[in-house]
Design a protein around this ligand. Structure first.
Ligand SMILES: Nc1ncnc2c1ncn2[C@@H]1O[C@H](COP(=O)(O)OP(=O)(O)OP(=O)(O)O)[C@@H](O)[C@H]1O
Length: 297
């Protein structure tokens, strides 16, 4: 697999004992828009900052586009990073941001920058501090895109935006990926937004990747089974239990399987991406010895 980010037992510790990320191993493939999701404190921001070269690992290793993150000007130019909360300089105008971008980035696409600025109503003379949250996010994305990176890393870019601004942001990102071939890694808690743009999903919980795969494949292989109460030990071996809940009479399982489910006792329903993510975040497999802690490719 051609990867854009490869981490092996990657760890970041603050102080003497506070691990923000520990033993994280993940392969993020090239040519995708990758959604990185997980609960608060899972280590998403830490992983993205390590990938962007904003943090140094305490242990383990990480390579980005085949090399150490941010170790040369050439490598820096290949990776764009938009940190949380649309980081812009509040005292600088939109035009000054674009000039700064042009000066700092060897592959700067001035046409793309000014076209996007005009499209999103980013008046050149306006100071960034006076833009709306949505416009600030668009400015930060514009700076990231106009750099023309091979990999663009976005850490919760839409967290503070209203639904309309979020949709515009995601649409802008989709258009850009359709127009220029580059990889994107995007963290967000808003899975419904990710569903629109991402074709690859990574679920990170407590520094561990619980599931990683192409969205289409994940959706085709995860199912919700509802039927008369059944012990997990009586499920076929090929059905990996992701989460389970039971009442006195009924069992509901989310399972992962490559095989079709023919058991007439079950009502089988497909999962949306949000349900799939929730199943991994809410894993209560009720004593199933086949609890899926191992990541399947
Ligand atoms: N500078 C820091 N000093 C100490 N601990 C930190 C620091 N940055 C992060 N942490 C801790 O590391 C853990 C992982 O944080 P991180 O921000 O990477 O998680 P996250 O998955 O991005 O969370 P969220 O979804 O809330 O943004 C958390 O427990 C956090 O408190």
């Amino acid at each position: 697999m051609n990867t854009v980010v490869q981490a092996r037992q990657l760890g970041k510790r603050y102080g003497r004992r506070r691990w923000a990320l520990r033993d994280c191993t993940v392969d993020i493939p090239a040519g995708h828009v990758v959604g990185l999701v997980g609960p608060n404190g899972a280590g998403k921001t830490t992983l993205l900052k390590l990938a962007a070269g904003r943090l140094e690992p305490t242990s383990g290793a990480i390579t980005v586009l085949g090399g150490p993150p941010a170790d040369t000007p050439g490598q820096l130019a290949r990776v764009g990073f938009v940190a949380q909360d649309a980081p812009v300089y509040t005292q600088l105008t939109v035009a000054e941001h674009l000039r700064l971008g042009a000066r700092l980035n060897p592959r700067w696409d001035a046409g793309l920058a000014s076209e996007r600025a005009a499209r999103f109503g980013l008046t050149p003379a306006h100071r960034a501090g006076r833009l709306s949250g949505g416009q600030r996010a668009q400015l930060a994305l514009t700076l990231g895109l106009a750099k023309r990176p091979e990999l663009l890393i976005l850490d919760e870019p839409v967290a503070s935006l209203d639904p309309l601004a979020r949709r515009e942001f995601m649409q802008g990102l989709m258009e850009a990926t359709a127009e220029h071939a580059f990889s994107v890694v995007l963290s967000s808690h808003l899975v419904s937004d990710l569903e629109r743009v991402c074709d690859f999903l990574v679920v990170l919980v407590d520094s561990r990747v619980l599931v990683a795969g192409e969205v289409e494949t994940l959706l085709a292989t995860h199912h919700r089974l509802t039927g008369p109460r059944r012990d997990p030990g009586r499920l076929p071996a090929g059905q990996q239990v992701i989460c389970a809940s039971h009442t006195d009479r009924q069992s509901t399982y989310v399972v992962r399987t490559d095989a079709p489910i023919h058991d007439p006792a079950w009502t089988v329903t497909p999962l949306g991406l949000e349900d799939l993510v929730l199943a991994y975040l809410d894993r209560r497999p009720a004593g199933d010895p086949r609890t899926p802690l191992a990541v399947r490719p």
